[in-house]
Ligand binder design. Structure first.
Ligand code: KG4
Ligand code: ZN
Length: 359
């Protein structure tokens, strides 16, 4: 049995969790900074790091207390080393080093994307943690849209990803265009409930012959609709704040049509890749996996079983970092105390992307 303390500070959530054997949650504490960043319409990096500094120790203490474990019962400290905001990552990594050094515990650096992937291995109601490889993974978050073939624990083959905006980023930008606020994903989903998904025939970038995605053309198409309604010409759009005067029915129709276009492409391309690579299962993860329409479409259309974590494990959390840390720990990976953060850390095929040694 391994008991891992996970720490996550890559963006705007300060999180800590204790997880047994990579699947059983003993505690899950998340301090969200959403309210703070809402006034800026997005994450303000400087403020995010400062908030992490303030929140981290109380969050870690609460995670250990709620798990009802003694520090001596922990086997390792797992922490997100990238990708993410460098200043935010540093807060978690430095704290994890301090805790590991203080308690004489192994330190395990984890890739945030690998964390999202392992949210599908957590024991929750309706989830099947036992999986047969290869598994096809779609990571859809605020910063990433990646299609990955997972051949074994820690073995990832990147098939493709977005060539411009991430899916979550597109939700956030379109929400801003429609004056729906931040974070955009939940706001669009909410507005779309009253809208007609076929009201606007928005473009879908199929990028045939690739496993890549593109969402910037779709975002521009929404902007054009907003401008058309507001009578602006494209060249003046940057000086004006679009979306403020749109009628609610138009906002709902644009939100629903946009959401439909994103979901159509994500689901169709993921299902096609699952068939092409004979995956036994599709695992969807990341903040956008919280989207109700995306979840329903996958469950309806997928040619193989689909695993999507419950909402609280889709958005950033430390349970998934502890879970990914468990598999790295089990495979013998230990990070050195000079572990550094890497803002654009890729999900590497050989799983050796952070300074570490195999013991
Ligand atoms: O995984 P996450 O919490 O953070 C990153 O690692 O980026 O993902 C955050 C992203 C945001 O872009 C947010 O708008 C999006 O996930 N999101 C959603 C929904 N809930 C969160 N997008 C669509 N529908 C949702 N219900
Ligand atoms: Zn994330």
């Amino acid at each position: 049995m391994t008991v891992i303390l996970g720490i996550e500070t890559s963006c705007d959530e300060t999180a800590a969790a204790v997880v047994v054997d990579g699947r059983t949650i003993l505690s899950n504490i998340v301090a969200s900074q959403i309210e703070l960043h809402r006034q800026y319409g997005g994450v303000f990096p400087e403020m995010a790091s400062r908030e992490h500094v303030k929140a981290l120790l109380p969050v870690v203490t609460a995670a250990v207390q709620e798990a009802d474990v003694d520090w001596d019962e922990l086997d390792a400290v797992a922490v997100t080393a990238g990708p993410g905001l460098a200043g935010s990552l540093l807060v978690g990594v430095n704290a994890a080093k301090g805790l590991a050094f203080w308690r004489g515990l192994p330190l395990v650096g984890v890739n945030h994307l690998e964390g999202h992937i392992y949210s599908n291995w957590i024991e929750t109601e309706g989830n099947r943690p036992e999986k047969v490889f290869p598994v096809l993974v779609l990571i859809v978050s605020g910063g990433h849209t990646e299609l990955v073939l997972m051949r074994d624990h820690g073995r990832y083959q990147r098939l493709g990803g977005t060539i411009d905006d991430a899916a979550g980023e597109a939700f956030d930008k379109v929400a801003r265009l429609l004056a729906l606020g931040y974070p955009g994903g939940p706001a669009i989903q909410h507005a779309a409930r009253e809208g007609n998904p076929r009201a606007f025939d928005l473009p879908r970038a199929w990028l045939p012959g690739t496993h890549d995605f593109s969402f910037s053309g779709l975002k521009t198409a929404v902007l054009r609709q907003v401008q058309q309604y507001e009578g602006q010409d494209a060249s003046t759009s940057r000086r004006l704040t679009p979306g403020r005067s749109l009628p609610p029915e138009l906002v709902a129709d644009l939100a629903a049509s946009f959401q439909e276009a994103v979901v159509d492409v994500l689901v169709a391309k993921t299902c096609a890749a699952a068939e092409q690579f004979s995956a036994t299962e599709i695992c969807v993860c990341g903040g956008v996996a919280a989207n109700a329409h995306l979840r329903a479409a996958f469950l309806q259309q997928a040619p193989v079983p689909v695993s999507i974590p419950p909402l609280y494990l889709c958005t950033d959390n430390a349970v998934m970092i502890a879970a990914a840390g468990h598999y790295r720990y089990r495979a013998g990976y230990r990070s050195r105390l000079d572990l550094d953060v890497v803002a654009n850390l890729p999900l590497a095929a050989d799983n050796k992307t952070v300074q570490e040694m195999q013991v």
